[in-house]
Design a protein around this ligand. Structure first.
Ligand SMILES: CC(C)(COP(=O)(O)OP(=O)(O)OC[C@H]1O[C@@H](n2cnc3c(N)ncnc32)[C@H](O)[C@@H]1OP(=O)(O)O)[C@@H](O)C(=O)NCCC(=O)NCCS
Length: 192
């Protein structure tokens, strides 16, 4: 894929029906620490890191980079969605493709926020890099994540074993945007 670093960044904040999807800011720091330190969030991601280590290593403002979005609901950060180019991967087919990642605070699960935010990010991606496929990997045991992947239009490419668990690699075929890139109008297309 074309390097995400070549796209205009940051984009304007994306407003969906209930959320704002935007670049991280200093005011998000405490919520990002909570997200990274949460055992529940990391159940299928190899376990959490220690809060003290995270606090020590995280700069005053969470890292900003092309493809990293935080998700805000009623003025508070509730999660993050990332698109990262795979420079290496266990599955050769995933190398060079954009990889979708999502982490939400447990209190924000079960409301469709992750689906709404991911659909917005994928809509943005379709607008800036049309015709690019997106992959995502998740443990098959991570049922919430598996349901979300299906809702977003990802289909199974392959399963593989890594980190002592069965992993699922999904592919979302390229979607060429029809026009304005209006994310709210796009939500139905991605199932958000
Ligand atoms: C994976 C993860 C983002 C899924 O979050 P989620 O809230 O379950 O996902 P969605 O946004 O799709 O929400 C779906 C749920 O919202 C419910 N919902 C409630 N109101 C809704 C609405 N207005 N619109 C849509 N769904 C709604 C749905 O019924 C569904 O509930 P169910 O799971 O009980 O059936 C979350 O579990 C998480 O952050 N996990 C830890 C990180 C992780 O494992 N990431 C995967 C690695 S990439």
């Amino acid at each position: 894929m074309t390097d995400l670093g070549t796209v205009a960044w940051p984009p304007a904040s994306i407003r969906t029906g209930r959320l704002v999807v935007r670049e991280p800011e200093a005011r998000d720091r405490a919520a990002v620490v909570e997200l990274f330190a949460s055992p529940e969030v990391h159940t299928y991601l190899g376990g959490p890191r220690g809060r003290d280590d995270i606090e020590r290593e995280m700069p005053a403002a969470p890292e900003r980079r092309p493809g990293r979005f935080v998700v805000e609901r009623d003025g508070a950060m509730i999660g993050q969605v990332t698109l990262t180019e795979n420079t290496r991967h266990r599955c050769p087919v995933a190398v060079g493709k954009a990889d979708l990642g999502y982490l939400f605070l447990p209190r924000a699960w079960g409301f469709g926020y992750a689906a709404e935010a991911c659909a917005a990010v994928l809509g943005w991606f379709d607008g800036v890099l049309p015709d690019e496929p997106v992959v995502l990997a998740t443990q098959t045991a991570n049922l919430r994540s598996m349901r979300l992947a299906a809702k977003l239009g990802f289909g199974e490419l392959e399963r593989f074993h890594a980190w002592d668990a069965e992993q699922w690699l999904g592919l979302r075929s390229p979607v060429t945007p029809a026009g304005s890139g209006d994310v709210e109008g796009d939500r139905g297309r991605h199932g958000g």
